[in-house]
Design a protein around this ligand. Structure first.
Ligand code: FAD
Length: 328
C-alpha cells in the first residue's frame, strides 16, 4: 500500500532552496493530521550534512542519494534515479517546487510513472477521498481548478511562497537512509560542462518575499536605478513587465507574467505597470499588491490592495526615504 509524502528537496551548492523547506513544513502538517510520514529525498554530491536540516524542518525519514553524477541537476540522471526510487518506495504523494528544475523534472517523472501531474499549485488540502487535493490557477489566473487523483503516487509541483516555512526544530531526529544512484546509461544524454550563475546580491525573483517591478512607465533603462534603490532598502528583488523587457530595458530573466516568471511574494510593488492579464498571470497570487500608476483607471488598481495614483518618479523616491527611516 502506498505510504509516505515524498518531498524532492532542491539544493544548489549544498544550500537547500526555500521552497523545499516550505513543502517540508506543509507536509509535516498534513502528516500530523493524517498519520502519514514525511520523507525528504535529497540528491547531489556531498549532501550528508543536509540531512539534519531537512529533519529539523519536518522530515521523519531522509533518503540521501549521493553521487558525482548528481552534483548538478541534469534531466536524465535525476529522472532516472527518482523514477526507480519512487517505483520501489511507492509513496502516496511526491511534491516538489514549481521551480525551473521542478518544471523540467515533474512532467518527465509523470510520464515514466504513468500518472497525472498537478503543476504550479497554489494550494493543497487534505481530502477524505483521495488524500490530497490541489488548487491551481487556470486561464492566466482568471479561474482556479481543484484537482485530486485516486492514482498513486499523487504528483504535484507547488509554487514557491505558497506555504510558510516554519522555524526549524533542531531537536527533531529522522531516520537516514542512503541509496545508491541507479542511473540508466541511456538516460545520460546530456553532459553538463559548466554552470554560469550571474552574481546578484538581490533575492531570486521566484523566491523573493518582496518584489519591486517596473513597466513601460519607467520610460527607459536608466530609470531602473530608483527601483533598485527601493529594492535594496527593503531587501526586495526587482522585476519587469514584458513591455520593459521587449524594449530592451531589462533582461528576460526579470520578466514577470505568462511568458516570464511566476511569482507569489508577500508584497509586490508594481510601478508604471498597467495590469494586463498576461502580467497578472505571473503575480496575481501575491499576498499584497501595491500599485503606483498615474492613470487612476489602470487595470492594476482592480487587483491592488493599496493603490497610489501618482507619478512613480515622485512616489518611488519618497517611499525609499520613508522605508530607510523604518529600517535604520
Ligand atoms: P503598458 O500597458 O504600456 O502600461 C504602462 C503603464 O505605466 C500605464 O498604465 C501608464 O499609466 C503607467 N505610467 C506611465 N508613466 C508613468 C509614470 N510616470 N508614473 C506612474 N505610472 C506611469 N506582459 C507581461 O508583463 N508579462 C508577460 O509575461 C507577458 N506575456 C504575454 C504573452 C502574450 C501571448 C501576450 C499577447 C502578451 C504578453 N504580455 C506580457 C504583454 C501584456 O499584454 C502587456 O502588453 C504588458 O504587460 C504591458 O506592460 P506595461 O504594463 O509595462 O505597459
Amino acid at each position: 500500500m502506498a505510504k509516505g509524502i515524498f518531498i524532492i528537496v532542491e539544493q544548489r551548492d549544498l544550500q537547500i532552496r526555500k521552497v523545499s523547506l516550505e513543502l517540508l513544513s506543509q507536509a509535516r502538517k498534513v502528516a500530523d493530521e493524517t498519520g502519514e510520514t514525511v520523507v525528504a529525498v535529497v540528491l547531489g554530491q556531498g549532501i550528508e550534512g543536509l540531512a539534519q536540516t531537512v529533519a529539523a524542518s519536518g522530515a521523519d525519514k531522509v533518503i540521501l542519494i549521493d553521487d558525482e553524477k548528481l552534483k548538478e541537476y541534469t534531466t536524465g540522471a535525476y529522472t532516472s534515479v527518482l523514477n526507480k526510487l519512487i517505483r520501489k518506495e511507492e509513496p502516496q504523494a511526491v511534491l516538489m517546487g514549481n521551480t525551473a528544475i521542478g518544471k523540467d523534472l515533474a512532467p518527465r517523472l509523470a510520464h515514466r510513472l504513468g500518472v497525472g501531474l498537478a503543476s504550479d499549485c497554489t494550494g493543497m488540502e487534505t481530502d477524505a477521498k483521495n488524500f490530497l487535493s490541489f488548487k491551481r490557477p487556470i486561464y492566466a489566473g482568471k479561474a482556479f481548478a481543484y484537482l485530486s487523483s485516486n492514482v498513486r503516487p499523487i504528483l504535484a509541483t507547488i509554487r514557491p511562497n505558497t506555504f510558510k516555512a516554519e522555524a526549524p526544530d533542531a531537536s527533531r531526529q529522522a531516520e537516514i537512509v542512503k541509496e545508491t544512484a541507479d542511473i540508466d546509461s541511456d538516460d545520460l544524454r546530456a553532459i553538463l560542462k559548466e554552470v554560469a550563475i550571474a552574481a546578484s546580491k538581490r533575492p531570486d525573483l521566484t523566491e523573493a518575499n518582496v518584489i519591486v517591478s517596473g513597466g513601460r512607465g519607467m520610460k527607459g533603462p536608466e530609470n531602473y536605478g530608483i527601483l533598485e534603490d527601493l529594492a535594496d532598502v527593503i531587501g526586495a528583488a526587482v522585476g519587469a513587465s514584458r513591455a520593459a523587457v521587449d524594449s530592451g530595458w531589462k533582461e528576460h530573466k526579470f520578466q514577470v507574467g505568462q511568458t516570464g516568471k511566476t511569482v507569489a511574494p508577500t508584497l509586490y510593488i508594481a510601478c508604471g505597470i498597467s495590469g494586463a492579464i498576461q502580467h497578472l498571470a505571473g503575480m496575481g497570487s501575491s499576498k499584497f499588491i501595491v500599485a503606483i500608476n498615474k492613470d487612476p483607471e489602470a487595470n492594476i488598481f482592480n487587483v491592488a490592495d493599496y493603490g497610489i495614483v501618482g507619478d512613480l518618479f515622485d512616489v518611488v523616491p519618497l517611499l525609499t526615504e520613508e522605508f530607510k527611516k523604518l529600517v535604520n
